[in-house]
Design a protein around this ligand. Structure first.
Ligand code: GAL
Length: 459
């Protein structure tokens, strides 16, 4: 065994409610922004496949959890659907409580530690109608929802995650038009970012008051910024990109405060969000026990080569341009660069600049289009490319652990091929392939390989 991992290492995968449970409104679930957006703009979704057709975990969770065990999972993250648990925004849906109790208990019976998220892009439509994360009403509602979840399930959940990738909600919904509500405007985006971290902090504070046995954290997609060169202008571009896309969430989550440079920059451009007197004290209470890191790709940047149009609205892109490094390794289906060492750089940065906080890789993975072309005669997807992708990332993760980083586990995105927002089922990510017509599940070669890795705690 060349790469041996620390004892008790978490091996598993991640999914989310909206992407796996299926059928929009069964079981008393109310609509989310995804159900609504698909109704009004189905063409935005690959193949016009919407969120109702996700991979039927609601019906098949027992079978799925047994499959998780079969492929070596000792842990698994999914999320609770806020719209399912509290369809009218106030009262609790007993069918949802039963469902999540069953999911959690079945995981525990199978030796799988539950990691549960509270918000994974799936804003209930009713809260969006009242302003969503633009509004403090949603912040208060989320705090109540979080408390209800902690009280209902907190006796068995080892690890809670308040948010998944909050920056994606900001980018998608308020800057780059790939999530509902498809609005545009930086100050609003900043408000949404701030309100989410405020909601996060209130949930953390509430969790601590309840004195439950588990831990609480947040999942951030840390996308390290790499400058084109050591030229001061490139370095500055990379520093600022990192402020906007990583540190705007990482600093409050781990250090309990915002980076001064970010605050100064926003102040200078009159883009600061509005906040109340004691908000910053609340943010200071939001420091996490554990950080989940989603890592898919690096961000390569260079200094801007063109001037900003003076009439153009303020954007993070005022301060950098993307840099297409010649010869970079690409995942052509997703259009994302594959840079395995990024995982090491993230972990070393956390070790050196963020108190070596306890963390784990909460998502990493490779989406592949037309994956059925890799099905062999025995009916199995021979996804050697995915095995290689995981292995090369694990090697760098191992290196960082050897050098003292507190990385406690690795979860692949995802367990079973699932619905991926606007991309729907375009790219497949799972250890298990899903036949969309029959809903039949088949373990891929990578799933079998992962079972060995987990059993041996290394490879
Ligand atoms: C992540 C997200 C997941 C999944 C994945 C693959 O950003 O957290 O929900 O969609 O990307 O596209």
């Amino acid at each position: 065994m060349k790469y041996q991992f620390p004892e008790g290492f978490w091996w598993g995968s991640a999914s989310s409610a909206a992407q796996s449970e299926g059928a929009a409104v069964q079981g008393g679930k109310a609509k989310t922004i995804w159900d609504h957006w698909f109704e009004i703009e189905p063409n935005r979704f690959h193949g016009q496949v919407g969120p109702a057709e996700t991979s039927t975990f609601y019906q098949h969770y027992r079978q799925d959890i047994e499959l998780m065990k079969q492929i070596g999972h000792n842990s698994f993250r999914t999320s609770i659907s806020w719209a399912r648990l509290m369809p009218d925004g106030v009262s609790v849906n007993q069918e949802a409580v039963d469902f999540y109790n069953n999911v959690i208990d079945t995981m525990l019976e199978n030796g799988i530690t539950p990691f549960i998220g509270l918000f994974h892009f799936d804003m209930p439509l009713l809260w969006q109608a009242r302003g969503g994360w633009e509004s403090r009403e949603t912040v208060e509602a989320y705090e109540k929802y979080a408390e209800i979840c902690f009280k209902l399930f907190g006796d068995r959940v080892a690890c809670w995650m308040t948010f998944n990738e909050p920056v994606v909600v900001v980018e998608g919904g308020y800057l780059y038009d790939f999530h509902y509500p498809n609005k545009f405007g930086f100050r609003m985006a900043a408000q949404v970012a701030f309100n989410m971290m405020l909601a996060h902090s209130k949930a953390v504070r509430c969790y601590r008051r309840l004195k439950l046995a588990g831990r609480i954290g947040i999942v951030l997609n840390l996308t390290p910024s790499y400058p084109r060169s050591e030229h001061p202008a490139d370095l500055k571009a990379s520093f600022i990109a990192d402020l906007f896309f990583n540190r705007a969430f990482l600093d409050p989550a781990v250090k309990g405060c915002y980076p001064e440079e970010l605050v100064d920059l926003l102040k200078q451009h009159d883009q600061l969000p509005v906040y109340e007197a004691d908000d910053l004290a609340t943010i200071a209470e939001g420091k996490v026990d554990i950080l989940g890191i989603n890592y898919y790709q690096p961000r390569r940047v260079k200094a801007r080569m063109t001037a900003i149009c003076p009439d153009a609205p303020f954007m993070p892109d005022w301060f950098f341009e993307n840099y297409e490094m010649p010869g970079r390794k690409m995942n052509p289906y997703r259009g994302w660069e594959i840079y395995e060492k990024g995982i090491y750089d993230i972990l070393i940065n956390l070790r050196d600049n963020y108190g070596n906080i306890d963390c784990y890789i909460s998502e990493n993975g490779m989406g592949v289009e037309n994956e059925q072309r890799f099905i062999a005669d025995d009916g199995q997807v021979k996804d050697d490319y995915r095995i290689e992708f995981i292995r090369e990332h694990l090697k760098w993760m191992h290196q960082a652990i050897q050098e003292g980083a507190h990385c406690r586990g690795y979860h692949l995105w995802t367990f079973i091929d699932n619905w991926s927002w606007m991309n729907a089922y375009k790219n497949r990510y799972g250890f298990i392939s899903l036949d969309l017509n029959t809903q039949i599940r088949t373990v891929k070669k990578s799933g079998e390989w992962f079972a060995d890795v987990s059993r041996n705690n290394g490879f």
